[in-house]
Design a protein around this ligand. Sequence first.
Ligand code: DLL
Length: 441
Amino acid sequence: MSVFAAEEVFNQSNMKDLQWKRLKGTIERVYANVPFYKEAFKEHHIHPNDIQTWDDIKRLPFTQKNHLRENYPYNMIATPVEEVVRLHGSSGTSGKPTVVAYTKNDIVNWADLIARAIYMAGGRKGDILHNAYGYGLFTGGLGLHHGSERLGCVTVPVSGGNTERQITLIQDFKPRVICGTPSYILNIGETMLKMGLDPTATSLKYAILGAEPWSEEMRTTIEQLFDMKAMDIYGLSEVMGPGVAMECEECQDGLHIADDHFYTEVINPDTLEAVPDGEDGELVFTSLTKEALPIIRYRTGDIASLTRGKCKCGRTTTKMSRVKGRIDDMLIIRGVNVFPSEIERCILQIEEIMPHYQIHLSKKGVMDQATLHVEVNETFFNTLLEKNLEHPNAVKIARKIESALKTQALVSMEVCLEGPSSIPRSEGKAKRIVDNRKTLV
Ligand code: DLL
């Protein structure tokens, strides 16, 4: 039996035992092999032998992104560097990248996880899979690639960008599955429309979308645009890459975490205490099988909640909600906390508006100011606005959006309408926030 099918029938009652065995092994290995962890454990007055119950895990130190940066490039690696067969990394916003490493076994496990994820999303052996995640240091492209081959899909490694060529390949190769960021897949669909092509007429049935926050409303937009089902895939390079969690095609309601490879907690990011299931908090992962870069209690900065119990699809893994956003991306507008994805939800309900937006942050005196730039759709622009963004109908729409933001996301924000195609399109992760505060002070 293939590994993904085996995992599909994995007996959950064995899961706790398996997790515990793997967790203990990981803790012992990092203590013995990674000086950073030995130090951190000592600072926390804890030794691997002290971890005797599940509750003891809370005594272990957290790992954060800056720890990886400070140990750049190889000091977090738990194996001899010669046993590493792959490096990936994320560039981040400030300075040095974060490097993550994989042994041969890590790559095999990762491919199995992705194979399982593609299967969960409806992909099957023999399907043609168009992979529009970027190939390179980013984990999206190669991560999906190996899993797709592992499952036995006909894998098309297109990477991101060169959108018209992607469209030709979709038409010629007739893929059943497409993978990419939601913003880029939307961009592909829109470009097809501009070229006079009908995205609903493609062979695509399933999309595996992730690497950036997106909303239910964006799912509906993309599903209708292509007449296909879109499923959410989550992951991060520090913990593995894509495949940490995947939504099932049957329910499209939360993501199944790969419990056999990751131990998940959700904490309050201020108090660092555990939050109960069902409540939002910061996701924290401990890897259970990774050899090259095992990671203990990694604080992801991503906000989501956990649920347990049997999913309607029959699987019994821990489930996580869709990620609301990153703590660093949370805006505080006149005292109200809001994530860009909540703003996205509001604007996607307004028919004159396209699903493209950016939030510009600036400073007015000592106050931070946020302006939402959204694009009007072409028909509305040409007819009711008579190609004039100063038109009284434009003011009406801007007010309508402001009022939706106020009632649904509880924020007061200035809205600035933009003409068709004026907001930059994404070829990977969309840039939702443009922070001009530093340059203006
Ligand atoms: O984005 C890995 C990935 C590739 C996931 C392809 C899914 C598909 P990083 O570049 O390290 O890795 O960025 C990780 O992206 O901490 C989240 O903030 C965000 N992210 C990833 N998946 C989702 C998702 C990849 N489904 C960071 N929803 C994470 C919301 C996501 N945010």
